[in-house]
Write a protein that binds this ligand. Structure first.
Ligand SMILES: NC(=O)c1ccc[n+]([C@@H]2O[C@H](COP(=O)([O-])OP(=O)(O)OC[C@H]3O[C@@H](n4cnc5c(N)ncnc54)[C@H](OP(=O)(O)O)[C@@H]3O)[C@@H](O)[C@H]2O)c1
Length: 305
């Protein structure tokens, strides 16, 4: 496969580059935001025309600052809402498959939704974002859909939730750092979901490409837990490794005690049933993927600040 990767400097983009480094029969042209700005579609032809035509464009580029998006709605909308449409149009014109990542934040995450979808949101569930980031990502989904590419066999719009990896800034790297440095950590215990791990996301995306799947698909981990459950599992590992602060204590708190500029969904679980039907694969439980992630020594180094 000949692949163009945008957003190559982000946590998922880095994971794709690590995958490509271990491949001999695939070519990946990776672009970070300085090399290819997805909000500048006039540049796509000249940048991508410098090499062979790609078979797939994997777009990991996004404006992901959820709280800042409340005060930077225009920027979030340009990157997340408009640019994916331009990428989809380029892909249609160049007979290139599109892989684009979206989020559970397109859903409201309400307690009613949780009781309607106890095993997780299905792909056709009603969208209703709670915050500006979610609105911008949903606008991106609509921009892609409006090009017609979702009606072809040439696109994958993949929703993921709670993305984590041993590199980059994410909940797991933050908890690993806090576990080693702080005696008391307060974590919300009334938001439920399942962390998706970047290496699983790459594996699952490849499985869907291999299966010639198309359209909207939810991927990630099996199982459910709260953010506090994830922190608890990280802290257990820190203690086992002997790197935990000697007085490390987890305080489970309600969301109301951790106010943020952007409202957060209470329920973030995505059903992966369609993924299993398409590929025959069952996603790993989040606790197994978390333990694999925590086995990476870089996660415990002070560089993860
Ligand atoms: N993180 C999560 O918890 C989560 C959850 C659900 C879904 N997702 C989705 O998963 C995908 C990957 O997320 P991630 O966590 O890997 O994000 P990330 O680490 O924040 O990386 C996003 C990358 O996009 C780049 N970017 C921003 N604006 C750009 C532009 N105009 N042109 C080109 N590149 C640009 C950023 O570059 P600079 O840093 O140089 O700006 C950054 O390297 C995104 O679509 C995200 O919405 C993430």
């Amino acid at each position: 496969m000949k692949i163009v990767l945008t957003g190559a400097g982000g946590q998922l983009g880095q994971q794709w580059q690590m995958w490509a480094d271990s491949q001999t029969d695939h070519t990946l042209w990776a672009y970070n935001s300085a090399e290819l700005d997805i909000t500048n579609p006039e540049s796509f032809d000249s940048i991508l025309g410098a090499h062979e035509a790609p078979d797939v464009w994997i777009n990991c580029a996004a404006y992901t600052h959820v709280d800042q998006a409340e005060s930077q709605k225009d920027v979030a909308m340009r990157v997340n809402g408009e640019a994916p449409g331009a990428i989809a149009r380029w892909c249609l014109q160049h007979h290139c498959r599109l892989v684009h990542y979206s989020t559970d934040y397109v859903f409201s995450g309400s307690q009613k939704d949780q009781s309607d979808h106890p095993e997780g949101y299905t792909e056709d569930a009603m969208t209703h974002p709670l915050n500006a980031y979610g609105e911008s990502k949903l606008a991106g989904e609509h921009a892609i859909a409006s090009t017609g590419i979702l009606d072809t066999s040439n696109s994958l719009l993949l929703r993921v939730a709670w993305l984590c990896s041993p590199h980059g800034r994410n909940f797991v790297t933050t908890m690993a750092r806090l576990a080693t440095q702080h005696p008391e950590v307060r974590v919300v215990d009334d938001q439920t979901g399942a962390p998706a791990f970047c290496d699983d996301v790459v594996t699952q995306t490849l499985a869907l490409l291999h299966a010639q799947a198309s359209g909207i698909v939810h991927i990630g981990s099996a199982g459910q837990g709260t953010w506090a459950d994830v922190a608890d599992a990280v802290f257990d590992q820190a203690r086992t490794r002997g790197v935990a602060h000697p007085e490390l204590t987890l305080h489970r708190i309600p969301t109301s005690e951790y106010p943020t500029p952007a409202a957060r969904p209470y329920f973030s679980k995505l059903s992966t049933e369609k993924f299993t039907t398409l590929t025959g694969l069952y996603p790993p439980d989040w606790r197994d993927s978390l333990n694999r992630c925590l086995a990476d020594p870089t996660i415990w180094s002070s560089k993860n600040s």
